[in-house]
Design a protein around this ligand. Structure first.
Ligand code: NAD
Length: 321
């Protein structure tokens, strides 16, 4: 079994929501060096404020698409493992579909080219349940067809195919994890790219109504970010995961109506909701078959939905009064 302790690790997108939580977890697990590469499209310095205090952590504010950039960093930092967490948020697809698509594909391409020439040993590549599109059956196992409905998701699916084919042809040391909907501290709370949980909490705090798009019966499989980060590390450590695509979800889907009601209950909000038309290309249902992660990684989410929502709202409450 591989060990994170003592490893030199690059995290692309390390100043983002999941990436920054991962950086903290890697430092806590005894990594020798954690190198964060982020272009700050959505990354935030406050996300890595704690990590920055650790002398084993180093930040590069640059573009993970660029071969020369990543090559120089890998050489300088003598990195052995890469966790690819960089992406441009799904909602950006509606504004600039080309960049939303290409960011996913080009970063994967750069990492694979560098891996092919031995610039680092192991890649833990992050996919997304959005690659599947709406559930054709439920729960969705890893053999579920991919039918992406947004350029973001198309970019994730395309990158997955590329990464998986490089594993097959070149036998590179690669695992692909496919998280379902993450939530928790540090998810972006501002502007049009905000996650639904922080955006709803912010609206309620500011005296606005929560917004529901469509009938609210579209559902997602929510997983707390701390659980995802633990599973990412397990995916590195369990070498049986090489060449595999592994869902990371709870195995239960929750409707947006139920999610909003839970947030309202937690925040003591009893007012009306604002109804808006359904989002174009919105996926109707996502629910993970989580058995492969259980079998290959011994992974089981530990934070229940209710507990996770309570922790998340407390975290946002402390920061955004
Ligand atoms: N949040 C979720 O619910 C969810 C669900 C499934 C999969 N994922 C995947 O998990 C990973 C992390 O997602 P997240 O929610 O933390 O997103 P995020 O937007 O919070 O973080 C992504 C980070 O990547 C950075 N970035 C984007 N393009 C870059 C580039 N070219 N070079 C360097 N940095 C770049 C951004 O600035 C940002 O900090 C992504 O691969 C995403 O597709 C997320």
């Amino acid at each position: 079994m591989a060990k994170i302790a003592g490893k030199r690790i690059l995290v692309t997108g390390g100043a983002g929501f999941i990436g920054s939580n991962l950086c903290d977890a890697l430092l806590a697990a005894g990594a020798e060096k954690v190198v964060c590469l982020d272009n700050f499209f959505l990354g935030k310095m406050e996300n890595i404020a704690e990590a920055m205090k650790d002398e084993r952590f180093v930040l590069y504010r640059d573009d993970a698409r660029q071969f020369g950039v990543v090559q120089s960093i890998l050489e300088k930092e003598k990195t052995e493992v890469v966790f690819n967490m960089a992406t441009i948020a799904l909602n950006y697809s509606f504004f600039n579909p080309f960049d939303a698509y290409l960011d996913n594909v080009q970063i994967a391409n750069t990492l694979l080219e560098l891996m092919k020439v031995g610039a680092f040993q192991t890649l833990i590549h992050t996919s997304s349940s959005e690659a599947y599109g709406t559930a054709q059956y439920s729960p969705m196992d890893e053999n579920h067809p991919t039918n992406p409905t947004t350029p973001y998701a198309a970019g994730k699916a395309a990158a997955d195919l590329m990464v998986h084919s490089f594993y097959k042809v070149l036998g590179l040391d690669i695992s692909i994890v496919r998280p379902f909907n993450n939530y928790g501290p540090r998810q972006n709370a501002e502007g049009g790219l905000a996650g639904i949980i922080p955006a709803t909490a912010r609206r309620i705090r500011q005296g606005q109504m929560p917004v529901v798009e469509g009938d609210g019966e579209q559902s997602r499989d929510f997983i707390y970010v701390g659980d995802t980060v633990r599973a990412l590390i397990l995916a590195y450590e369990h070498e049986e995961s090489r060449g595999q695509i592994i869902n990371l979800g709870s195995g239960t889907d929750i409707s947006i109506n139920h999610l909003l009601k839970t947030i309202c209950d937690c925040m003591g909000y009893t007012g009306e909701w604002e109804h808006r038309p359904a989002r174009k290309s919105d996926v109707r249902k996502l629910c993970a078959d989580a058995s492969k992660a259980r079998k290959l990684l011994g992974f089981e989410p530990q934070v229940s939905f209710e507990e996770g929502i309570a922790r998340t709202l407390e975290w946002y409450g402390e920061r955004y009064q």
